[in-house]
Design a protein around this ligand. Structure first.
Ligand code: GLU
Ligand code: MG
Length: 449
């Protein structure tokens, strides 16, 4: 107790010295949205005893009752995450872990990931992950419609465009400088394949840190974009005729000494037996992982093959892997793998927890991946893809949710309580979408027959 007091006092003193007067005590809901409350610095201690209290049922994905001891969701601060926010002077963000009734809450996405990280730690393993956020910078017109923020951004192949990227320097530089001040090793920012679409990359970290950072990235990007009159969008596919936004995970497993256990230069595709087994787990659970890594109705507008108006879509549609192959679900690169399924709407804690659970299943059951495909999948006809075992991923949220509902191995590994609530919400989302009549339908059918 005394030690805890000393830790809190030291943290308060450090933050005060850095000009912090308020904390944004932040957690992440099941949808991957940042939530929390503002707490004056002199109440920092409150975050470390019981924690900050929130009305449980007001938070998506808690399934908590409206009364009684279990109606209260407590967020306890993780002292190691406290950082001043350059874009919000006088404020620091501190990440909360969810507790209910004094116990770690299994429906808190960060606790979900912590549980999988612990399963790795029991085996002496650490998952390192580099998350690559693609996003859109948009502007609302006078009737509320969203368009790429830069009206001059109209190239057929806008990737790496100098003109549009430099027109966004105010955003890019403030975002990059802010994240660097928060300890991110930002190493590149570029224009992607769609008008208004960009990507920012920073150095990988252990899974929990990577998820915390991704949330901080979203918070920073949102605030900075808004201050410039833009809408920062992590919607996976805002425009039907342009590429969507992926959130690729570059992943590898390390041992306690930081040795990469996926790399083996002597083996095919530079992947060790452990790497192959992890990969096989990902591919085997891919249909169910869709629900967790591509969790919205809109996600499935991205996961289709076909031409787009600009650039190329580069999104995976089939269960497959290959050597430095961006048309497959998993791209093997230099002793690590790029998991290309997640999109920008994924909750980073949930998606990383699911990746660990699937990969560990591959390791535990010593699964072997199917043969790699070292061809352009977008060029292969459907029967050839079937012949090579590259089955089609779920093509809509309904199919993905059904796949998760029947994947008992993954469900058990993640925990029945979390999966039941996730399925409940996502089934409703799919039903709601299915009941709506969309413009495409009226355009096509209203006077067709
Ligand atoms: N935007 C593509 C996607 O949705 C990825 C492009 C890339 O490989 O950078 O996955
Ligand atoms: Mg990209």
């Amino acid at each position: 107790m005394q030690r805890e007091h000393a830790v809190v006092d030291a943290l308060r003193a450090r933050l005060a010295e850095q000009g912090v007067r308020y904390l944004f005590a932040q957690f992440t809901d099941i949808h991957g949205a940042a939530k929390g409350k503002t707490i004056p610095l002199d109440h920092l201690g409150d975050l470390f005893a019981a924690g900050a209290g929130f009305a449980g049922p007001s938070i998506w994905g808690t399934a908590l009752p409206r009364h009684g001891a279990r109606s209260e969701y407590y967020g306890r601060g993780d002292a190691a995450t406290a950082l001043p926010l350059p874009w919000l002077p006088g404020h620091a963000r501190i990440v909360l872990d969810g507790f209910v009734d004094g116990q770690p809450f299994p429906l808190c996405p960060r606790q979900l990931l912590r549980a999988q990280v612990r399963r790795l730690a029991e085996r002496g393993l650490v998952l390192n992950a580099g998350l690559e956020p693609e996003f859109f910078l948009l502007k609302r017109d006078s009737v509320g419609r969203l368009h790429p923020a830069d009206a001059g951004d109209r190239l057929d192949k806008p990737s790496y465009d100098y003109k549009s990227l430099t027109r966004q320097q105010a955003f890019v530089v403030e975002l990059s400088d802010s994240l660097k001040a928060c300890g991110f090793d930002v190493f590149q920012i570029d224009h992607e394949d769609a008008a208004g679409q960009y990507e920012l990359n920073y150095h990988y970290a252990d899974a929990l840190t990577a998820a915390d950072r991704h949330m901080l990235f979203k918070m920073a990007a949102h605030s900075i974009a808004e201050s410039l009159g833009y809408v920062f969008s992590m919607m996976p596919k805002p425009f039907a005729d342009m590429p969507g936004s992926g959130l690729h995970f570059h992943i590898s497993l390390a041992d306690a000494d930081g040795r990469n256990l996926f790399a083996d230069a002597g083996q095919s595709h530079g992947l060790s037996a452990t790497g192959r087994a992890f990969l096989a787990g990902l591919l085997q659970h891919a249909p169910a992982l869709c629900a967790l890594c591509a969790p919205t109705v809109n996600s499935y507008k991205r996961l289709v093959v076909g031409e787009s108006r600009s650039g190329t879509t580069w999104a995976p549609a089939h269960v497959s892997w290959g050597d430095n192959n961006r048309t497959t679900l998993v791209r093997a690169v230099a002793g690590r793998m790029e998991w290309r399924l997640p999109d920008s709407s994924a909750n980073p804690y949930v998606a990383l927890a699911a990746v660990i659970a699937a990969g560990l299943d591959g390791i535990d059951r010593q699964l072997e991946p199917p043969p790699p495909i070292d061809d352009d999948l977008y060029e292969l006809p459907p029967d050839e893809l079937t012949r090579r075992g590259a089955t089609l991923l779920p093509q809509n949220l309904g199919e993905a949710v059904a796949a998760l509902g029947t994947d008992n191995l993954l469900g058990d590994a993640l925990g029945a309580e979390f999966v039941a609530e996730f399925l409940r919400l996502k089934r409703n989302e799919w039903i709601e979408f299915s009941r709506a009549v969309h413009a495409w339908e009226t355009d096509r059918y209203a006077d067709f027959f």
